[in-house]
Every structure is written in C-alpha cells, then in structure tokens.
Design a protein around this ligand. Structure first.
Ligand code: HXC
Length: 513
C-alpha cells in the first residue's frame, strides 16, 4: 500500500505531466512560432491567480489508429473559470501541442462542461482557439462533439457574451464555433481561419493561395468580415479581450458595468462647431466627433478595417457603456452598402441583446447605387439594418450631423423606427435625396435651362436640405449646437436609462438573412 507521501507525489507528477501538455519539444515549437501555450494565454487573460482549472486529467478514449498508446493529460484543451476585473468568466484554451489542439470527444466534453456552467451562472465564455478542427482519428465522435458545442453556442447566443480568439491555424469546426460567437479576435500574421485549407483548395479548384491570403487576420478583418478585431500578438489579444469585456454585462439580465470617469459630463467642445464643412460634398472624419464626445477619448472600435464607411464600437458617456453606430463621410461619403449594412446590423443586435444603449451619428447620402450592389442583394442586406434598429428596444439616441437622405434617413435609427431622442445639427439636410438629384427628377423637362435649374437647386436647398421641416413635424426633437453634443447625448442617455419597452411576444422574428 502506498504512503500518503507517495500518493501526493503521484498527484504532483500527474500535475506536472498535465502542465507539460504535448511535451517540451512541441512547447518550444509553439514559442518559436511566436505563440504562447494554452496555459500561458489563460494566465495572461485572467486576473492573476484566479484561474481554476477543471478536468486537468481527462484523456481521450480512442483505440483506433493505435491512439491508446498516445495519451496526454488534459487532451488538448485547458478549461475552467477565473476572473477579469473581478468578474466571473469561463474559459477554454485549445492546446496545439496536443494533436494540434484537435477536438476529441473527451476534449469536446470539457468545453461543453464550461459552456453549461457559464449558462447556469450567467457568465461569459471566452474561447481561445488554436486547433486543427475535428480529431481525424475519432471520426464521427469528434463531429458529434463539435455539433454539441455549436448547439450550445446557439443556445447561449444573446444570453451570455461569447468571445473567440483565433490564435493559430484553425480549420473546420474550429472556425464554425467562433463564427456563432459574438466577437472574433485574430492575431496578425500568426492566426488563420478556413473551412478548407490551401491544399484542398488546390486540389478542388486549382487555385493557388497562401494560408495568409486565404484566412489570415487581415483577410478576415478587411475582406470577409468574419473577424472583428486584430492584435499584434497573443499578449495584446488577451489585453484587448479584457478591455472588450469591460463594456459588456455578464449576461442579458444585467446592465453593462458603470465606470466612474473624471471627464466632465457638461464639457463643451467649440472645435465641433467647425467640424462640418460648409460644402456638403466635402468629407470630414466622423471619428473626430466620436473622440470629442465620449469619456476620455476611449473608443473601442469593432471591425475597423471592414466597410469603413460605417464605424461601430463601444465607448462610455457619463460612465455608461454605449454602442456607437456612425456613418463615416471620410470613406465612400459614408454611403450605406451591403458590407456596411451587415456590419452595423449585427452590432446593433448585439448591443440590444446585452442592454447597451445605442448612439447613432448620421451623415449618409443614401444606399450605394449600382448593379454590383443590387445583384449582391443590397435590398435584403440593407433591410437587416432597418430590421435591427427597429427591433432594438434599448435606449436609442440619434444625431444627424449633415446628410440624412432617402431610405437611409429611415434606416439610421429614425424616430419612426423607435429612436427615443433624435437630435440634428443646424447643418443637417433631411430630404428624400440631395438637391441636384431631386431637381433633375422634378424638373426633368427644364434640364436645358441652366439658370432655372441653378435657382431650383438653391430653392430646394433652402426649403428641404435643412433640419427644420423634420423639426416642424416633431421627427427631430431638438436642434443642437455641435459644441454641446456631449452634454446633450449624456442628457438623453440619463433620461432613457430606465427605458422599458418590449416587442410583441413571438417565437422569433424573421430577419432577412
Ligand atoms: C488530428 C491533427 C489534426 C486533426 C493537426 N493534427 N490537425 N491531429 N486531427 N484535425 C496534428 C498533426 O498530425 C501534428 O501532429 C500536429 O497536430 C501539428 O500539426 P501540423 O500539421 O504539423 O501543424 P501545421 O503545419 O502548423 O498545420 C496546422 C494545420 C494542419 C493547418 C491545422 O495540421 C491541418 O491542415 N490539419 C487538418 C485540418 C483539417 O482538415 N481538420 C478537419 C476539419 S473538419 P504531430 O504528432 O506530427 O505533432 C472539421 C469538421 C467539423 O473540423 C464540422 C464543421 C461544420
């Protein structure tokens, strides 16, 4: 019979073994690739000393392919719970040093365990992905494991925040689970996402493409719109996830956390009075307005490289987290196109699901015309944004800085689709379309008469390209000086903080997907 000391020694030996994951050689390989190990990532992510690991001694149960001869304690995923800024978080980190972080049945069960705990306790799940997908040796058992995870991702959607980081080469199921989660972070030049890799593509379509071009961080952050955030390395990725969490509540029944700020809520910014150029065709940077009005210039932008004609992100005003949706006149004149619509629509729905008030800053010449957009389905994609704003029952504050033309006026959180407070600057132009376009249609027969047309454009500008018609109708609640923007938005956020609005009971709506 072994002594207590021997039992403790065995326990220590197993712990050391588990912490060595796939062995020092593979750990060194991971480091040489500029990546941290799963445990190092978890330590960086969570408050020091708060991580509690579960299922450290789980191993896979496969005997096919002689797999029973190769077992590693933990089986390729480190999972458990800990804290970020003192708040409970659940975490799983795939361990690439063990069978490439691939998903076995046992490994899936570990992930499922933390997902189920997170739902019961109402706390976020952060998945650190670094995995070759389904463990090939386990066949359908592994596929079943993935489906069990996908199912929980869907059931958790809108109940607890789910954040994914992609920190290595991720294929197959290792990309579909993140795709269902709320935000995807990728590390530049060191993380990849694809359903099928370059080799399979070459065989099937004869296309030659590198991993980086196919599924690198910038591909998914600027081209495909699959990912939302980028970091330079693992350390920055973990810091950014901590920062993101600071804006989010732990679940859909909580309000997002307040953070005291010394930034004066009545602070004026006289420079804003000159931000909007006199010439309506001249661009300006909407980020200047955002940074001026939010607390401490602290803007956490989401998808900064994708559809830059619209800006989305988190900030605080008067200490309260808000979601900002803003047209960007400095990029494609701030036009709404397919990518901008889908980018903003998903963000609006996230904010609504998690009780984060929406502040909309509007300067939009309309929807982008053209066959590419029409054939691509701008009608249904633009409708997503309209649907999302209309459905959102969180406080909605809108400010029209300049153009609010056509359908885009309706879509961008107008009074008619439920905004609570609608502001406009004196420079706002709220009309069916811009003056030149309008006159071209109304006075088509007189287009040859240049003098008449110039006068008609001027007339239209004076009568329609202003906020006063809308203000007359009560569609704009207040016209404000730009310098007062911060104070006015905070006033509206305070006024709406106890908003209680529910949509009609239904199983779910049918957003045009
Ligand atoms: C078992 C795997 C594995 C997998 C990698 N490994 N992927 N083992 N199942 N899916 C193992 C390798 O054999 C190797 O073991 C170690 O992990 C490291 O892999 P390397 O290939 O040496 O690394 P690297 O060159 O960096 O390439 C990484 C990779 C590549 C791009 C991820 O390994 C790869 O293409 N893997 C297969 C990807 C895939 O097709 N997965 C199935 C997807 S289907 P040793 O012992 O040599 O260290 C799927 C279905 C889900 O997921 C359903 C979706 C809806």
């Amino acid at each position: 019979m072994s002594t207590i000391k021997e039992k403790h020694n065995l326990f220590e030996e197993k712990n050391t073994n588990a912490e060595l994951s796939g062995g020092q050689v593979r750990i060194d390989k991971q480091h040489a690739a500029g990546r941290k190990t799963a445990r190092e990532r978890v330590e960086l992510l969570l408050d020091p000393g708060t991580f509690v690991e579960l299922d450290k001694f789980v191993t896979h149960r496969t005997t096919d392919f002689d797999m029973d001869k190769t077992k590693f304690l933990g089986d390729g995923v480190v999972s458990g719970y800990g804290k970020i800024d003192g708040r409970l978080m659940y975490v799983f980190a795939q361990d690439f040093t063990v069978f490439g972080g691939s998903l076995s049945r046992a490994n899936a069960d570990k992930i499922i365990k933390v997902m189920d705990l997170a739902m019961k306790m109402g706390a976020p799940v952060i998945g650190l992905n670094d995995s070759g997908g389904a463990r090939i040796q386990e066949g359908v058992e592994s596929l079943a494991g993935y489906a069990d995870i996908f199912y929980r991702n869907v059931m958790s959607s809108g109940v607890i925040p789910q954040i994914s980081a992609i920190l290595g080469p991720c294929a197959g199921g290792a990309v579909y689970s993140p795709a269902i989660t709320d935000f995807i972070m990728m590390v530049k030049e060191n993380s990849y996402m694809f359903v099928t890799g370059p080799d399979v593509i070459k065989t099937v379509t004869h296309e030659e493409v590198t991993q980086e071009e196919l599924g690198g961080a910038m591909t998914h952050n600027s081209k495909s719109g699959v990912a939302h955030l980028t970091a330079d390395d693992d350390v920055q990725a973990m810091m950014m996830i901590r920062e993101l969490m600071s804006f989010l509540p732990s679940n859909n029944m909580e309000d997002p956390p307040l953070k005291l700020s010394t930034d004066n809520i009545n602070r004026e910014d006289k420079k804003l009075n000159d931000l909007i150029p006199a010439d309506p065709n001249k661009p300006y940077d909407m980020k200047d307005l955002i940074l001026s009005v939010i607390d401490d210039k602290h803007f956490f932008e989401i998808m900064p490289y994708y559809a830059q004609n619209i800006i989305i992100g988190f900030a605080r005003m008067g200490g309260r987290p808000i979601g900002i949706v803003a047209n960007q006149p400095a990029y494609l004149a701030g036009v709404l196109d397919i990518n901008a619509s889908t980018k903003a629509a998903r963000f609006v729905r996230f904010c609504d699901a998690f009780n984060i008030p929406l502040v909309t800053l509007e300067d939009v010449p309309g929807f982008l015309p053209g066959t590419a957009q029409e054939f691509g389905g701008i009608i249904k994609h633009g409708a997503k944004l309209l649907y999302a704003f209309a459905e959102a029952s969180v406080p909605k504050i809108t400010l029209i800085t300049r153009k609010a033309y056509g359908g885009a006026y309706d879509v961008m959180s107008s009074k008619h689709i439920g905004a609570d407070i609608n502001y406009a600057y004196p420079t706002a132009e709220i009309a069916v379309m811009g003056p030149a376009g309008a006159v071209n249609i109304i006075h088509r027969a007189k287009l040859g008469d240049r003098e008449f047309i110039a006068e008609a454009v001027e007339d239209y500008k004076n009568n329609f390209a202003s906020p006063y018609k809308a203000a007359q109708m009560g569609y704009i609640d207040e016209i404000i000086y730009p310098k007062d923007t911060r104070k006015k938005i905070i006033q509206a956020l305070e006024m709406t903080q106890n908003k209680s609005k529910s949509n009609p009971a239904k199983k779910h709506g049918n957003i045009p997907l």
